[in-house]
Design a protein around this ligand. Structure first.
Ligand SMILES: Cc1cc2nc3c(=O)[nH]c(=O)nc-3n(C[C@H](O)[C@H](O)[C@H](O)COP(=O)(O)OP(=O)(O)OC[C@H]3O[C@@H](n4cnc5c(N)ncnc54)[C@H](O)[C@@H]3O)c2cc1C
Length: 305
């Protein structure tokens, strides 16, 4: 197996164009497992770790641009104020070692339905920046996942970054696992309130062939908040609205029974997580200076529902 270590992004794109079968390597926390188990035997590995610009994030107008090589540890330490939903999700990933190596680009590249960075990216309305020698394109993240562990990258393309609108309201994340750490999600849910445009964003993980939005739930909640002028008043959220939101999120899932949980449990868990994250987010919205759960506790997610 050839091992190629480009020193620049332009070089990496040129290699990927010449050798589309070369497999990019970022933190290696997914890829090395596959190689070690013999699940994959690519002719070449394209090591991206020497390309420093991939490890940087920056604000660009009202967006944050996160390089594909930014790690979970960076999200937690450097971006928790700007992108609290993504930082909350990052805190639930693996162990400190995995969070130091694992990247957002790698989570997108693997495109697992259980990728923990993916629900907050969906809820936030992120776009994936995809590059090749032919140029750059931006794809809404909800169009990036094409099937279980399949994504929309064409031969010769690499993930350069992800672009996330700066939140105008609170964001929350919740994950059910069979234990408190080092756990693949049984189900996960992310919520973002967008008061600037009176919209709601959602992301469901581990409950369908791909991470997905709960569009009907988003529309229902946005309409309910608008009808009762709650965006403006920030008054108490009616229980019936939260309950219906939970049911609509559960209905948007398409889970399976597997070793980690049954489809019925996943649906139930999602309805609970949707209600809870909405309660937390609404509480944050009611406070003049929103406080995220990351400020309150160390775990950032619930076990069990
Ligand atoms: C012990 C353990 C615990 C884990 N726990 C969690 C968890 O709790 N939650 C979770 O979501 N994940 C978890 N993972 C999975 C993994 O850590 C994440 O998916 C991580 O984000 C992968 O990032 P990476 O940089 O290591 O990717 P890599 O392994 O380097 O790459 C992953 C895939 O993405 C592709 N890729 C990488 N970068 C690019 C790029 N720039 N352009 C195109 N394709 C690219 C690679 O070719 C490969 O197919 C765990 C893994 C381990 C080993």
């Amino acid at each position: 197996m050839e091992f190629i270590q480009p020193g620049s992004w332009a070089e990496a794109l040129a290699v990927q164009a010449e050798m589309p079968a070369a497999v990019p390597l970022a933190g290696g926390t997914d890829l090395m497992v596959e190689l070690n188990f013999g699940a994959r035997r690519p002719p070449a590995l394209l090591d991206l770790t020497r390309i420093s610009e991939l490890r940087h994030w920056d604000t660009d107008g009202n967006q944050v641009r996160i390089g594909a090589g930014v790690t979970y540890s960076q999200l937690i330490t450097e971006l928790r104020d700007k992108l609290p939903g993504l930082a909350l999700a990052a805190r639930t990933v693996g162990s400190p070692q995995i969070r130091n190596r694992g990247t957002v680009g790698g989570n997108l590249g693997t495109a697992s339905p259980a990728g923990d960075a993916l629900p907050p990216l969906l809820a936030a309305g992120a776009k994936v920046e995809i590059a090749s020698v032919r140029g750059t394109r931006w794809l809404p993240v909800d169009q990036f996942f094409t099937g279980p562990k399949k994504n929309a990258l064409e031969p010769g393309e690499l993930i350069a970054a992800v672009r996330i609108p700066l939140p105008s309201g609170p964001e929350q994340f919740s994950k059910i696992g069979t234990r408190n750490a080092m756990v693949i999600a049984v189900a996960a849910f992310s919520l973002a309130l967008h008061p600037d445009r009176h919209e709601v964003g959602t992301g469901i993980g581990s409950a369908g062939p791909t991470p997905r939005r709960a569009r009907q739930a988003e529309e229902f909640l946005a309409a309910a908040l608008a009808e009762a002028a709650l965006w403006e008043s920030r008054a108490r959220l009616p229980d019936a609205v939260a309950a219906e939101f939970g049911e609509l999120v559960a209905a948007a899932a398409d889970p399976i029974d597997d070793v980690r949980g049954t489809a019925a449990y996943r649906r139930h868990g999602l309805s609970v997580m949707a209600r809870r994250t909405l309660a937390w987010a609404w509480q944050d919205y009611q406070h003049p200076q929103p406080v995220t759960r990351a400020d309150h506790d160390g775990a950032g997610y619930d076990e069990g529902a």
